[in-house]
Write a protein that binds this ligand. Sequence first.
Ligand code: HEM
Length: 474
Amino acid sequence: MNTLPFSAVNNSLPVTHGRISDFADDPVVCMRNLWRTHGEVAALQEGSQRIHFVFGPTYTKQVLSDSQRFHSQFFAIRGPRKSAQRRVTSGLMTMNGDTHKQHRRIVMGPFQKRAITAYHDTVVQMADQYTRDWKPGEVRDLTSEMTQYMLQLTSSLLFGIDLPRLAYRVGELTERWVAMNHQVGPAAFSSDASSTEEYEQLLAAAEELEAAVQEMINIRRSGKLGFDVLSLLIRAHEEESGVTDEQLIGHIVLLFGAAHLTSAHTLTWTLFLLAQHPEVMTRLHAEFQQTLDGKSPRPEDLERMPYLERVLKESMRVLPASGYSQRIAAETVDLGPFQLQRGAAVIFSQFITHHMPELYSQPEQFLPDRWETINPSPYAYLPFGAGPRMCVGAALGMMQLKISLPMILNRFKLSMVPNSEVNGRVMSTMLFPTSTVPVLLSEHDGQFESAPVSGSIHSLIDLPAKSKAKIWAA
Ligand code: HEM
């Protein structure tokens, strides 16, 4: 489908010589070409710089299950020592070894299955409140609506619903800061990012964000502890020695950053896929009618919608919110034919693994029923990662999706606006909808229909024939 943007050199190692910036420019095209050329382990090299890649369960398992040899270093830009950027990037994703184990245990507390049931009503309330003003006949852009909805929901879950203004402000500052990291971070692959004006702006944004989180912590400490995630972490923090205030800020910022856009993009992609697959939408709607009868889901209902479970699994397989992630070798280690030196970068990719035909037949198609017969290993299906660093918010993430989808879809029938351009692109790890995704809201009439769309979405997945605008059908 795509031509190689660089030349493969035929030597004994599976290495493609090209520009490292090609990876930052279009990770999916670059990784697809590496996988097609070399298979499950490969490298991209420019001069003395080399990035290694693993695709499929075998090598992904080696990398993800061995957290001693493969460290996480999520943020490309850590900023100068003692800077706010250094502190706000010091959460779980930059911790390793025993420190990571100790902090993960503390951070996991508010996300245990037992604990998250307490958030059920907040999710129902927020979903109801957010869509209350939506009207049949309106066109809404899923990209911005789901981003805004998740901003409000994540703020409420992390910081409570009693201080909405400050909570949303922290959310907005985090979103801006995360976006700036996405912009400046990829430059760190190929150039000295620390000399740019954008870098200075990133450091300033980190200071503003840190001050807002600190203000939130001060208010909660001064006697207003609740049952939000921050309050639970402050309690745990007071009971455990060895967790500094700076680390608490790092955890909170990371939790927000990790939760917000991953959940928003998963919702956007799932609603888009449903709108474009009327037969799936029809069955899902029937399940909602049968289980919920027009009411908001109760905690016990979430386990009683098997088709919703399959729809979500398939949506996160075909369009995973996290397209890839990275580890750094902590010592000399063999990886397939490569001997990695300390500091070598290794990328693993959900997107490529989830689209491997030897793991999933017709991998580019959205087929929820495949989940009736398949049970892939945790390293062949990993929308939430796998191993000792698997997403701490996976159960909460699933709960949000299982409540939000029926709440939205019971209220309205959603259809794509015909001939819209829908674009998606992996940008520094996440699969973003990079265009609007406009849907028409209408009252339910028992009929669902897809609409032709154009755009780069067609380079990521195969949509049914009716979903192809003429330009793509040609
Ligand atoms: C649909 C929603 C979500 C998706 C697709 C998702 C995906 C992921 C993935 C793929 C990882 C592993 C990254 C790696 O191994 O490098 C991860 C880690 C993480 N996620 Fe999520 N996530 C979601 C929701 C959440 C939520 C709701 C929270 C918390 C409120 C959260 C908090 C975290 C944290 C703290 C980590 C780091 C764990 C560690 O390093 O030990 N995520 N997530």
